[in-house]
Design a protein around this ligand. Sequence first.
Ligand code: NAP
Length: 302
Amino acid sequence: MWHILGAGSLGTLWATRLARVGLPVQLILRDAERLNSYEQAGGLTLVEGDRVQRYPVAAQTADHPQPIQRLLVACKAYDAAQAVAQLAHRLQPGAELLLLQNGLGSQDEVARAVPQARCICVSSTEGAFRQADFQVVWAGHGHNWLGDPLRPEPPAWLADLQRAGIAHDWSPDILGRLWRKLALNCAINPLTVLYDCRNGALLDHAEQLAQLCHELSLLLNGCNQASAADGLYADVRRVVEATAANYSSMHQDVAQARRTEITYLLGYACRAAQQQRLHLPHLQALHAQLVAHLVARGLPSH
Ligand code: NAP
């Protein structure tokens, strides 16, 4: 049984793909009110191009007594640990969690909340967004790298992902992947918010990007992630060019007055720099500017 915590964009994308090949799936929703709206909606709807399909995936709330063996955590980084803690008593011995959260920091928070469980981190390049409640658009096909920083052996259920057509690889260096993605995010996303621009417009600020990449490389090296620092600036430019017409996820969050995941992205990078006693003035200034920008818009700055 796949239990899926959170029926937002990625939770829906995973739940529908697993359910439609006949795998058993149970959604875990926030509360009785959400469960009621879900039942009214009649299931999850996935929009793929002009194909719109509804899947009546079973759902329950956290207080359901069913034991949990495998849990896909599909909440935002700032909600993950608290949402998982509510389920701690339902986790079976040997339970496994898949953590879809962007950035770093939430994985450790979850691991502390449920030390008995195996935590598998996922770094995903898939793209999905909520068009309405329980209705998700699959905007960009991507890939998922899964890995466990503590135990190298892959789980047997990767075969389920294969069967469901969820593109994936088991990564022996998942932390390196998460760090690299975090560094790309720190270089690109805050600037798109501060300049209120699409990714491609950052090419007009190449010097600033280069300065940030230099400091982020120092940080990665200081955190024993030298290979994640390799060719960072070239990769940032490649991403900016390849996604020139897109608005970054952080830009979209701010534009729609939604809470950002700053604490687990640029905030995490700045805290790590402090712990390593690294002086990274451009990165710290960027963080201060972003916090001020969020506060000015009445959004949480953490
Ligand atoms: P999302 O659409 O906002 O979905 C999050 C879901 O978590 C919401 O449905 C929310 O419930 C639910 N939730 C929060 N607390 C809960 C609780 N205590 N119990 C049950 N459900 C709870 O977020 P997302 O876009 O899927 O992102 C999830 C993570 O994946 C983020 O860290 C994001 O950065 C990462 N990611 C997303 C994408 C993407 O394309 N979307 C791509 C790569 C990585 P409500 O509906 O009740 O609010």
